[in-house]
Design a protein. Structure first.
Ligand code: CP
Length: 313
């Protein structure tokens, strides 16, 4: 079976197939066959989620299927010490696909080695979040286009899994990437090497104003408090790298501001009413994009799916 484990596995063709299918579904949500009526998608979230979990749930229901939900770690037998491998081996007997969020990097890959149903990595620690990337790319394509793109990615680049996935996927589009963060939260070495290998055009900055005026898109992220080994280290950085409507007066009029959400205080509420703000639309795009993704992974690819091989590992 195909899995979606990391954004690095996606070619430009794969991405465009999902985005095109998502655009069709967004324009005409009724345009789905009835072949998912008996399909069950397992939601296995070992970490909190609002958007990812609910939009996958919405997506499979809009396709005509349904979900089975592991619940929280506290309410499941994970609490009794059951391993991830045993958990997913049991759940594959209940469902046709597994959406997995887990605090450990590599968890989705590990899970995929134990089951015969598609696994979607819905976030593995500070690793990857590739389905988020697909909705991010959808939003970028809608607002700014993916060709000749100059993007600033700001905030927690060390622990931010949405950043690691988005940057990997953007190498398919030859985007100019500016990474803006405190020194201590720069992109991890491994991620940098992979981006260089993929031919990425990237630069690092500590000051947003060095590049703000050049950007088509500014992708802001939350400082990932839960990943810091030391709370003091978080407290030293918390509150830096915030933007508000005044900051954006120094940006181009057509700058698009994105954020995977949840935000804490990185984007002041006075940005919400500006033309720049795209983050709520971005979250809503999760539904058609995840419908298209699931159609590619769960479908047999013979009638309008995004292509059964669209996300092969
Ligand atoms: N963007 C995102 O992954 O949000 P959730 O943590 O709410 O799923």
């Amino acid at each position: 079976h195909d899995h979606l484990l990391s954004a690095g596995q996606l070619t430009r063709e794969d991405i465009e197939a999902v985005l095109d299918r998502a655009a069709d579904l967004a324009a005409d949500p009724g345009a789905v066959s009835d072949r998912y009526a008996d399909t069950l998608l397992a939601l296995c979230f070992f970490e909190p989620s609002t958007r990812t979990k609910m939009s996958f749930d919405t997506a499979i229901q809009r396709l005509g299927g349904d979900t089975v939900d592991m619940g929280t770690v506290e309410s499941s037998s994970v609490k009794k010490g059951e391993s991830l491998a045993d958990t997913v081996r049991v759940i594959e007997g209940y469902a046709d696909g597994i959406v997995l969020r887990h605090p450990s990097e590599g968890a989705a890959k590990l899970a995929s080695q134990f089951v015969d149903v598609p696994v979607v990595n819905a976030g593995d620690g500070a690793g990857q979040h590739p389905s988020q990337t697909l909705l991010d790319l959808y939003t970028i394509r809608e607002r700014a286009g993916l060709d000749d793109l100059t993007i600033g990615i700001m905030g927690d680049l060390k622990y931010g899994r949405t950043v690691h996935s988005l940057a990997a996927a953007l190498t398919n589009f030859d985007a100019r990437m500016h990474f803006i963060s405190p020194e201590s939260l720069r992109l991890p070495r491994g991620v940098q090497f992979d981006l260089h290998d993929a031919g990425a055009r990237l630069r690092e900055h500590t000051d947003l104003d060095e590049v703000l005026g050049e950007l088509d898109v500014l992708y802001v992220t939350r400082i990932q408090r839960e990943r810091f080994p030391d709370e003091n280290e978080y407290q030293q950085i918390a509150g830096e790298y915030q933007i508000d409507a005044e900051t954006l007066e120094r940006a181009r009029d057509d700058l698009t501001v994105m954020h995977p959400l949840p935000r804490v205080d990185e984007i002041a509420p006075d940005v919400d009413a500006t033309e720049h703000a795209a983050y709520f639309a971005q979250a809503h795009n999760g539904v058609p994009v995840r419908m298209a993704l699931l159609d590619g992974l769960l479908g047999d690819g013979d009638d309008g799916g995004a292509g059964g091989g669209a996300a092969a590992t």
